[in-house]
Design a protein around this ligand. Structure first.
Ligand code: NAI
Length: 303
């Protein structure tokens, strides 16, 4: 069986000082990648900062014989995103892999939420991924190679009480990925999303001890590393991963009901056929918006 290797590849992992990011960075380095370990070293809520966590992971990689440099910028500013990618270009001359992993939580129901805590999560999760991807894109496009991973969450895919800010931020990454994968197609840049389940400082307070021991970050890293593999040409996948469980998540659309294009149906007609509209037994995913539009336009306006 041919081993997946990252020799000669340069990987940027954001939020790599702890938890999942640390695991991704250590693994990629162990398979030959030169790694930028980014972390601003703050609390789970993103306050404060310290260089020590990024330095510790760089040190671990070097002790194991790998190559790494630290970066301490916040992903949540445009300048920070630029500097993170610049660190890769200055230290290693290029960037091949970007794992947008840095993240924070500020859990509150919407009724009790200070909207600054909503914006802060959009800044870190969505804009952090946007800034870093935007900064890495020209290099990836010019070299006709790139592997980008978004870190989403079941909290966004399915919803979770007290997670309007976090869920919105995490689901917005799927919209970002869906469009970016189209822009990357002709440049051999793939874009995927991982929805992890792992025991980290972010989740330790809400995980039962029985389950906690099963949720090793390394389980998630295995799927992330496959996303980043040079030989993996798939794009736009969402994979839920944790504790040895791996599953594809898709947005699907039902076959739909055609009422006809001559008259607008009444709400009562919608009500009466709502079961059919919502019948997901033959639902299908679409590769992109054009594919959906082609199907719908063929239905409503056959030649
Ligand atoms: P963690 O708290 O252990 O690690 C997150 C790291 O990101 C920290 O080291 C933190 O300092 C860094 N960070 C935070 N804001 C930053 C910023 N602005 N710039 C640079 N670095 C920053 O948490 P964990 O669990 O490893 O989280 C990693 C990612 O996985 C996050 O995006 C999180 O939302 C996501 N996630 C984790 C799940 C889990 O089960 N652990 C579940 C679903 C999603």
């Amino acid at each position: 069986m041919k081993e997946i290797r990252f020799d000669g590849r340069v990987a940027v992992v954001t939020g790599a000082g702890n938890g999942l990011g640390r695991s991704h960075a250590l693994f990629l380095a162990s398979r030959g990648a030169k790694v930028v370990v980014n972390d601003l070293g703050g609390t789970v809520a993103g306050t404060g900062g310290s260089r020590s966590v990024a330095d510790a992971v760089v040190n671990e990689i070097k002790v194991a014989g790998g190559q790494a440099v630290a970066n301490y910028d916040s992903v949540a500013t445009e300048e920070g995103g630029r500097n993170i990618i610049k660190t890769a270009l200055d230290a290693f001359g290029t960037v091949d892999i970007l794992i947008n992993n840095a993240g924070t939580v500020r859990d509150k129901t919407l009724a009790k939420m200070d909207l600054a805590d909503f914006r802060a999560l959009i800044d870190v999760h969505l804009m952090g991924a946007v800034y870093c991807s935007h900064a890495a894109w020209p290099t990836m496009r010019d070299k006709n190679f790139g592997r980008i991973v978004m870190t989403s969450s079941a909290a966004g895919l399915y919803g979770n009480h007290g997670h309007t800010n976090y869920g919105a931020a995490k689901m917005s990454l799927i919209g970002f990925m869906n469009a970016l994968k189209e822009e990357g197609r002709k440049h051999n840049i793939t874009v995927h999303a991982i929805a992890p389940m792992a025991l980290t400082r972010m989740t330790e307070a809400i995980t039962s001890p029985k389950i906690a021991q099963l949720l090793k970050p390394e389980f998630v890293t295995a799927a992330v590393a496959w996303f980043c593999a040079p030989e993996n040409e798939e794009t736009g996948h969402i994979i839920e991963a944790g504790a040895g469980y791996y599953a594809k998540v898709e947005v699907r659309e039902s076959q739909g009901v055609l009422f006809g294009t001559d008259t607008v149906p009444t709400p009562e007609q919608i009500r009466d056929r709502y079961g059919e509209i919502c019948d997901m037994s033959q639902a299908a995913p679409y590769a992109n918006t054009s594919e959906l539009m082609r199907r719908v336009f063929r239905l409503v306006a056959p030649k």
